[in-house]
Design a binder for this molecule. Structure first.
Ligand code: SAH
Length: 341
């Protein structure tokens, strides 16, 4: 049966029309699902009994169970959700001074194979549907009672390798009748699927594009991120420039600093040359060492030296505060666990 949360508002209106219903019913259903967060059609009291029955016969309402919940000393919460087909996914809630942010997963496993990431080395099973992406936020708002204001597509999976579902999820999250989260508060992070970056630029969604760059030469980047062999740095930067031009939005570059690997001044110098003149921001992440990983965290001294070099040369760079590392919820630490484990 189709999950009703897989439809954005426009699609749902179409569905209702084919059922012989007025399209405003879709807006009522949206409100029940995303504002009242009901888990059954029976609770949708302003719909006729007949329509509720019809909906029940044709659609399910995806409703995750919380399998595990881990709370960090810094307030970060990591959830393990049961996605109902014997798989589980991880989602993280972070609290910042500007509000609550959720890091969502987009796939069960990941195909990209980045050498420093814990999601590598687990089998890719499947992509999540739009409703399963949105459900992560619904469940967290329900469980904690907080209103989430920011979404980062930085959990397990490559969002642009699950393009249609991610776009649909963004439209549901963004809709004022849906979860009402401003597009500017939604970041999509990619390892660099260049053709999809061009496509995203044309969607007319004002979300932030975040690029996991991590290196400044093709040799180094390919050794860390196999995707670079498909789309190299030059192609990637060109796509980012296109994105900035089309959307008029600032692009964010993620750069995870690993000791004696990509954290010296020559790297910083090359990064400045690469990004010069672009409307962008660099997020420096002290790399998190993963089990059996070969990359170690840079020293604080090197991290600050790297940041200062960028800032002194006209590139805005900040060091990302690490949250949730004590519960394995920090960048790159998420690892899907099977329910049966
Ligand atoms: N596939 C997407 C989104 C998921 S990863 C992407 O590659 O962007 C989210 C971010 O965490 C990416 O910038 C990724 O490169 C970074 N990351 C992965 N492993 C990490 C680690 N061990 N330490 C620090 N950052 C890491």
């Amino acid at each position: 049966m189709k999950n009703i949360k897989d439809y954005d508002l426009e699609d749902l209106k179409e569905e209702l029309k084919t059922m012989g219903e007025k399209s405003f019913r879709a807006e009522q259903i949206f409100k029940w699902l995303y504002q009242d967060k009901v888990t059954s059609f029976d609770e949708m009291l302003n719909l006729s009994l007949e329509l509720r029955e019809k909906l029940k016969q044709n659609y399910s309402i995806c409703n995750f169970n919380i399998l595990k919940k881990l709370e960090s000393k810094d307030g970060t919460i990591k959830y393990l959700f049961d996605v109902l087909d014997d798989n589980a996914i991880e989602t993280v809630l972070m609290s910042y001074h500007h509000g609550y942010s959720v890091c969502v997963s987009t796939q069960i496993g990941c195909k990209m194979g980045c050498k420093f990431c814990a999601s590598t080395g687990i089998k890719f099973i499947r992509s999540l549907n739009a409703g399963e992406i949105v459900e992560q936020i619904i469940k967290i708002e329900q469980d904690t009672g907080v209103k989430v204001s920011n979404i980062v597509f930085m959990g397990i999976g490559e969002p642009l390798d699950n393009y249609e579902n991610v776009i649909k999820a963004i439209r549901i999250l963004n809709n004022p009748k849906g979860l009402n989260i401003g597009a500017r508060h939604i970041s999509v992070s990619t390892s660099g699927l260049v053709p999809m970056i061009y496509k995203l630029a044309e969607e007319n969604i004002q979300c932030t594009l975040s690029i996991s760059l991590h290196a400044t030469t093709d040799e180094k980047r390919s050794s860390m991120m196999p995707v670079n062999k498909l789309y190299n740095i030059e192609q990637l930067i060109k796509a980012c420039k296109d994105y900035i031009q089309v959307t008029n939005r600032r692009v964010s570059f993620e750069y995870a600093l690993a000791k004696d690997n990509n954290d010296n001044l020559e790297d910083a110098e090359r990064l400045v040359k690469l990004l010069r003149g672009m409307n962008c921001h660099v997020n420096l992440i002290p790399i998190n060492k993963i089990e059996n990983g070969k990359f170690d965290k840079s020293t604080n001294e090197n991290i600050m030296r790297f940041r200062d070099y960028l800032n002194d040369h006209g590139i805005v760079a900040t060091i990302r505060r690490e949250l949730g590392s004590d519960i394995e919820a920090a960048c790159g630490q998420l690892r899907r666990k099977n329910i049966k484990e």
